[in-house]
Design a protein. Structure first.
Length: 271
């Protein structure tokens, strides 16, 4: 038997065997890539219709795209005869190790996804969370940035933010300003209420609806306390708070109504 003919037959056999596998792998890669593109495009349309945040859309599409590409690569390698069981095990082990190492970061990532999906607040909202108050400046995957009332940048991890209480002062569009004004026991209650209400109704940034209110809230040790409750838009809150406080002092002084101050009594014991 001619050795050359044997080698030729062997090469032809190998070429036929692996050639078909390589062609199949190429077809799977091309068709799989086309399917992935179509799937990502459809997913993007669904998320856009669902009102998903743009940054969340990009992140989820990238995550989905990479995941599908990894699966496609494993399938292609299996088609050409590469053992993929150990390959998949290595990927799983690496993923577990990375997950344990980045446990806190993954919690923040999950919190960021939840915030972007359920939208407890949006950029520009005034919120109170984790002991901080500020306007939402930026919502990222791992953290949320606020601009504090004194123009500080506040960065809160999304994990703790999504698991804690969030007060959104902007959602309803209006805010109630809660003030407590104390006057002397000698003051006429009816007249005091009229003066306080005139201050509220004359302020241009106090809303007519909901209507402001003035009520006696407490008979304190040295004063009769009134709960003064004007309403304003969320943006005008601090203007109303400081403006009403100043105007109340001036109006009470003008009306001759005393605002009491703390009294201290000293007792001297004779020797």
């Amino acid at each position: 038997m001619n050795l050359e003919s044997i080698d030729t037959e062997k090469w032809i056999e190998l070429a036929a065997d692996y050639g078909l596998k390589i062609i199949g792998a190429i077809l799977i890669w091309v068709i799989g890539g086309w399917i992935i593109k179509k799937l990502l495009k459809t997913t993007k349309k669904v998320m856009a219709k669902g009102g998903y945040d743009e940054s969340l859309q990009k992140f989820l599409l990238n995550l989905l795209g990479w995941g599908l590409k990894i699966v496609l690569i494993i399938v292609v390698l299996g088609t050409v005869g590469v053992e993929t069981t150990s390959f998949a095990a290595i990927i799983a082990a690496a993923g577990l190790a990375i997950g344990l190492a980045l446990q806190g970061s993954l919690g923040n990532f999950a919190g960021g996804v939840l915030i972007m999906i359920f939208k407890p607040f949006k950029i520009g909202d005034l919120i109170e969370a984790q002991g901080e108050i500020g306007v939402v400046k930026e919502i990222e995957i791992f953290t949320t940035k606020l601009t504090g009332l004194s123009n500080r940048e506040i960065i809160i991890p999304n994990g703790s933010l999504s698991n804690g209480n969030i007060i959104n002062y902007t959602t309803e569009g209006t805010r109630r300003v809660d003030l407590v004004i104390g006057v002397s026991y000698d003051a006429d209650i009816k007249k005091t209420k009229e003066v306080l209400m005139d201050v509220l109704t004359s302020h241009p940034q106090v809303l007519k609806e909901p209507a402001p209110s003035v009520n006696v809230s407490e008979l304190a040790d040295s004063s009769v306390n009134f709960a003064v409750r004007p309403w304003s838009t969320a943006d005008d809150y601090w203007d109303v708070y400081f403006g009403i406080t100043e105007n109340v002092k001036e109006a009470l002084d003008k009306a001759g109504i005393e605002i009491p101050y703390p009294h201290q009594v000293e007792i001297h014991k004779n020797a």
